[in-house]
Design a protein around this ligand. Structure first.
Ligand SMILES: [Zn+2]
Length: 287
């Protein structure tokens, strides 16, 4: 009986976005991932600073309370948050975009968001297909105006950096996987920042009235993720790419632990299997 209660509790706490995980607010040492790509997030909520001579790009504003922590991390690395010119997100869930309104106020950065997520961030989460009517106050956050609507394959350019926005929808309607090429020690690397391939608890993959093409979108997402060249594997949460295990190895001065093409392939395969299993289960239940 107790184990049943524990399982139920666990299900509740992982039903993101519903409860704040302590790892989302615990500070984490900011660090250089590779070349001009830096980690400025918390212990699990990833936020990336990509520096250029013409100002910086920030990916993910995280929780409503996160901007102060992000600012501190950026400063610890010797940069200024006020130099951020472009703000991007992994997807329109409160754990990645609730801080956007404040970051925009502080920096006047241009907010660029994938088409399917625009109305969600501009309504502060109220038009989300799953959490729009949620009673959980955390699902909603200060709305932030989008300055440029992105479409699949669009490029975001600043100071010689080119980021490509891949629409990897399903988790949200505009979930975005970011890619860029970097040069480190004379070698070129493909960096992939995975938006989210996960099926949240409660997601309806079959007969979903607020998101009819959800299953096809996930399938398209896995086609895209399987096809992307990847050397440096990153994601919206540190947990996607095992950041907590990799970070200490970075300090050893050995090979860069974030260069992990095999880890990327294994992660995508695992998430695709989980999606297919959930889809089968729901299809069987719908018959
Ligand atoms: Zn999410």
């Amino acid at each position: 009986m107790l184990s049943r209660i524990l399982i139920a509790l666990f299900a509740l706490t992982t039903a993101a976005p519903a409860q704040t995980n302590p790892d989302w607010t615990t500070p984490f040492p900011p660090h250089r991932v590779i070349a001009n790509v830096y980690y400025v997030g918390s212990k699990d909520l990833a936020s990336y600073l990509i520096t250029t001579p013409e100002g910086h790009i920030l990916i993910n504003s995280n929780l409503e309370s996160s901007p102060a922590q992000i600012k501190k991390s950026v400063e610890q690395l010797g940069f200024k948050l006020s130099d951020v010119k472009i703000l991007l997100i992994s997807h329109a869930h409160f754990d990645h975009c609730a801080g956007s309104s404040l970051i925009k106020q502080w920096t006047h950065a241009k907010y660029m968001v994938m088409d399917g997520d625009v109305s969600v961030v501009e309504s502060g989460g109220k038009t989300d297909f799953q959490y729009g009517n949620s009673k959980d106050k955390e699902s909603h956050y200060p709305p932030a105006k989008v300055d440029r609507v992105l479409h699949d394959g669009d490029e975001v350019r600043l100071g010689g950096v080119v980021l490509v926005a891949h629409k990897t929808a399903g988790h949200t309607k505009g979930c975005t996987t970011w890619t860029l090429k970097v040069k480190d020690n004379g070698k070129m690397y493909d960096v992939v920042i995975v938006g989210s391939p996960n099926v949240n608890p409660g997601y309806k993959l079959v007969n979903n009235k607020t998101y009819p093409q959800i299953a096809q979108d996930y399938q398209q997402t896995f086609r895209i993720l399987n096809a992307l060249p990847c050397d440096v594997f990153l994601g919206a949460h540190g947990g996607y790419y095992d950041m907590l295990a990799k970070y200490p190895r970075l300090k050893d001065g050995g090979p860069n632990p974030f260069i992990d093409p095999a880890g990327y392939k294994a992660y995508v395969a695992d998430r695709e299997q989980a999606f297919e299993a959930e889809l089968k289960k729901q299809q069987a239940g719908a018959k």
